[in-house]
Design a binder for this molecule. Sequence first.
Ligand code: ASP
Ligand code: MG
Length: 453
Amino acid sequence: MLVLKFGGTSVADQAAITRLTDIVRAARDNQPIVVVSALGGVTDGLLGAAAQAAVGDAAGATAHVRQLHERHLEVAGVIADSATRVGVEASLAEMFDELASILSALSVIKEVSPRSLDAIAATGELASSRIVAAALSAQGLPSAWIDARQVMVTSAEHTAAIPDLEETRAPLVPVVSALVAAGTIPVIGGFVGATAAGVTTTLGRGGSDYSAAIVGACLGASEIQIWTDVDGMLTADPRLVPDAQLVPELSFDEASELAYFGAKVLHPATILPAVAHGIPVRILNSSKPEGRGTLINATRSAAGRPLTAIASKRRVTVVDVASTRMLMAHGFLHKLFGVFERHATSVDVVTTSEVSVSLTVDDTRRLPEILAELGEFSDVTRQDNMAVLCAVGEGIQGDALFVSQLLMALSPVSIRMLSQAAERRNITVVIPDVELPAALSRLHDAFFRSATL
Ligand code: ASP
Ligand code: MG
């Protein structure tokens, strides 16, 4: 079995659904299971309508729903068979009517609870999956819609519910197996689930990847394909390095390092259930289905070139905290990070010496208060307009010359911080932001230019 997950841009309009149909057709001999996101932009639209209801703007929310309903009808026009299309139009009418009445009720009380928000947001994937199932069937690919609320069992943390693999396996596997055995393609909306008691939940923004991973893990799929609007993971940010190349293969840990630094193709935590079950995840471009994409596996052989990709994060702030009291004292780091914790500000890169700590933050909204508190027990300085450059690769640990080659390639840049974590899967440097584009290009040239993939 093969799980094919299509993101919002890959189901955004009739043309996208036609491409999806071709992709599913090409996979039909591999027992495909289709997981879809809401049509691109629809989740934002639904949450926008909920926000209108929350301030009592009933008319605004209703107009918003009408517009979303029309968009779905337009896209449903892709369903080639008119009897099938009429059926889908009827279920869309039912869904959007129900949504409109929920929203007008909520705009009277001017309050939208997380539980209501989930009922509203779930409409996107419930609607898109119905359209896709019908569109595939009408193109000669017999498909059946599965109601995600009947099979994806989650915790009750509304808007960030966590699927339970075992609880999901029980209802999901028999339904899917029966369909697949009959040569029918199961189609299920991502992002949506329900508690054991049957209350609708959602898995958090971008949660359709999470659904695909859970479905794949429950069924022991041979591969999960994430069809999106980029070719895969690249060796560097293409806006800064125009000749960035596609990375053919990544380990899960490498993917996590890269995602953290802004290569936001997917959120690694969402595919962990698949990777932990040894199921490879492949990122593919639905507009260029002939590409090979990027394959993510639990582990990757460290053979070959040391570096897999270079991630970067621009305009971060470095905070230096120095205190002679730190000398041979215990508890100082605890006290220091406690300040950041109280202000809910996450710290990215950290380097320490015996009497000072340097760290980077990218969300500086609370920094004035943080610096004031730190100033009560240490000398603090702040430096804005810095950038993080992170060289990632499983091969780094086995290459004794790597660090010197990296520093050679970087020079003459002035390095503000340098860190290599215990796993030695990455080397991170912090440099002035103005120097980032040139430094990144030099590094990319040094490690990737003549490399053949
Ligand atoms: N539609 C949801 C979102 O936009 C889930 C997803 O697309 O993965 O966040
Ligand atoms: Mg999305």
